[in-house]
Design a protein around this ligand. Structure first.
Ligand code: HEM
Ligand code: HEM
Length: 194
């Protein structure tokens, strides 16, 4: 059997999961940074519950993403990319995957050490990961916050790199992470205007 040609773009599943997680991270950042200031009451409790449920969803999606990545693989670096750039990109991507797992886990741990129950959208009860402990709770809150800002910094650099490739280097780094339809439409537009 002939060996299949190496991938030149991301699988649809990888693309879908990438953008879904990116949107959910934005929603989570907004919820996380604003929910503490809400007046006490049922709305605040519901907002915290939503934050926790979406956070657990991200944990599940990150695991699914790693599975898809392992099964479907990744495209080779764009030809001509200097080795040091591919290295930095790989290190950033690994760090983002680690944070996509570690951030929800610290959320789960801070919730457990506060002695709060945990449900996923009111449908599934999740076990506590640790006993109630005030000192540890304060530590996990710190870790959750710190990991969030680490992720926010990396995401800004990561997105800036993607736009730099797209706008200035004019290579396919960003477009191969976008759905086929839009890429075809752009190629068509380019033909029309040249
Ligand atoms: C990728 C997923 C997550 C993101 C991006 C995220 C983001 C954040 C952010 C930005 C804050 C505010 C930190 C601050 O005080 O400045 C926060 C707080 C919080 N998060 Fe998350 N979170 C995630 C997952 C989770 C999960 C899975 C849980 C629980 C199961 C959780 C529970 C909490 C709680 C209870 C707080 C309030 C902590 C406190 O101030 O006492 N988070 N989160
Ligand atoms: C505007 C926001 C974003 C843009 C423009 C963007 C763009 C991209 C692009 C173009 C790639 C492919 C890189 C390549 O082929 O070498 C990629 C990969 C990746 N992105 Fe993003 N991204 C964004 C947000 C995020 C967010 C919020 C996360 C997670 C916190 C994230 C995590 C990743 C990871 C882990 C990879 C590597 C995929 C793999 O190797 O399996 N991205 N991103």
């Amino acid at each position: 059997m002939p060996t299949p040609a190496p991938r030149t773009d991301w699988s649809s599943a990888s693309q879908l999961l990438h953008w879904l997680v990116a949107v959910l991270i934005l929603v989570m950042a907004w919820l996380g940074l604003t929910m503490g200031d809400l007046p006490n009451g049922p709305d605040k409790i519901a907002t915290y519950a939503l934050h926790k449920s979406i956070g657990l969803t991200i944990l599940g999606l990150a695991l699914l993403r790693l599975l898809v990545r392992w099964r479907a693989g990744a495209p080779a670096p764009i030809p001509g990319t200097p080795h040091w750039q591919s290295r930095i990109a790989t290190i950033t991507h690994v760090a983002l995957y680690v944070l996509l797992l570690a951030l929800p886990l610290t959320g789960w741990l801070l919730n457990s050490t506060a002695g709060f129950p945990l449900q996923w959208f009111g449908l599934v009860n999740l076990p506590s990961l640790a006993a109630r402990d005030e000192a540890l709770h304060a530590l996990w809150v710190e870790a959750h916050e710190l990991l969030f800002w680490a992720m926010a910094t990396l995401v800004v650099l990561h997105a800036a790199a993607a736009f730099h490739h797209h706008l200035f280097l004019r290579d396919a780094t960003l477009s191969r992470m976008l759905p086929r339809g839009r890429r075809r439409a752009r190629a068509h537009d380019a033909l029309e205007t040249h």
